[in-house]
Design a protein around this ligand. Structure first.
Ligand code: COA
Length: 274
């Protein structure tokens, strides 16, 4: 366990878990937490071999979003300080979105503003049914910024996105599942088990394939079909080379021997879980 001022980090083989750790402030993200998150992401990249990164909150809240006093109110009179303070947040939000390993938000309690955004930036998300998500920015006079509107537009249908942006109403984990903000909402006592179930699937996959699958998905959202095909064909050859043709040499050779049915399960990897 790596203990930073406001964040704890656990790396266990192919799985890293980041815990926001300001429970008495509902895990509001102050400038120190933004610095700590950059450090935690550095540590995970430096460790190498991590395939799944779970982000969650200690205590009874995922995160109540940006620390309204320390990030906005206090530095506001000094534009340079305000800019530098918030740049640290904007940096790790963008890193998280482009992170090479699979990112999974495990959401408990409250997820407002930046907490909603982090859920949306992660590749996958699991929440308890009772979580309250909200874009409370309108309730203090602004719109969701720093990538929060991006996260909303890329995770909610248009009418729902605009509804929550414009009203500041909360939505539950159950509603978040219905709209697609989280993959699954479960009773609170099943949150750990459901997250572990998903992590268990991810860590058995080839890490290069996971990383390139994410890249192809993200790029493809902005391309027309001919460009998408050009891109995915180039990436497929890159994947083959980087993985020593594992899909042919191992996976499809196992299929040739009818050792497994790819429609129903994954092939056996020599270094699965590493
Ligand atoms: N920024 C700064 N402080 C925050 C905070 C935030 N985003 N969210 C919670 N806190 C603080 C509270 O002010 C309180 O501080 P105090 O003990 O010094 O009074 C402490 O964390 C505990 O929160 P509290 O409001 O007592 O808990 P609650 O369970 O009654 O309510 C929330 C939880 C999340 C509904 C409420 O704290 C809230 O509305 N927070 C702001 C959410 C927000 O607008 N986020 C968007 C940021 S972009």
């Amino acid at each position: 366990m790596i203990t930073l001022d406001t964040v704890n980090l656990e790396i266990d083989g192919p799985t890293a878990t980041i815990y926001f750790n300001r429970p008495d402030k509902k895990n509001a993200m102050n400038p120190q937490m933004h610095r700590d998150m950059n450090e935690a992401l550095d540590a995970i990249e430096e460790a190498g071999g991590v395939k799944a990164v779970v982000i969650t909150g200690n205590g009874d809240s995922f995160s109540s979003g940006m620390d309204l006093e320390e990030c906005f109110l206090e530095p506001f009179e000094d534009p340079q300080r305000f800019y530098r303070t918030n740049l640290v947040a904007l940096k790790w939000f963008q890193r998280l979105k482009a992170f090479p390993a699979v990112t999974i938000a495990k959401v408990n309690g409250f997820a407002f503003g930046g907490g909603f955004e982090v859920t949306g930036l992660c590749d996958l998300a699991v929440s308890s049914e009772t979580v309250l998500f909200g874009l409370s920015e309108i309730n203090f006079g602004i719109f969701p910024a720093g990538g929060a509107t991006w996260a909303v537009t890329h995770n909610l249908p248009r009418k729902q996105a605009l509804y929550y942006i414009l009203t500041g109403d909360t939505l539950t984990g159950k509603q978040a599942e219905e709209y697609g903000l989280v993959n699954k909402a479960v009773p609170p006592d099943q949150l750990d088990a459901e997250t572990e179930r998903i992590v268990g699937k991810i860590v058995n996959k080839n890490p290069v394939t996971l990383e390139l699958a994410k890249q192809v998905y993200e790029r493809t959202t902005t391309l027309d079909l001919p460009a998408a095909i050009d891109y995915d064909q180039a990436k497929l050859w890159e994947l083959s080379r980087l993985s020593n043709n594992e899909w042919i040499n191992v996976a499809l050779n196992q299929f040739k021997k009818r050792a497994y049915q790819p429609g129903l399960k994954s092939y056996e990897r020599a270094d699965a879980k590493s």
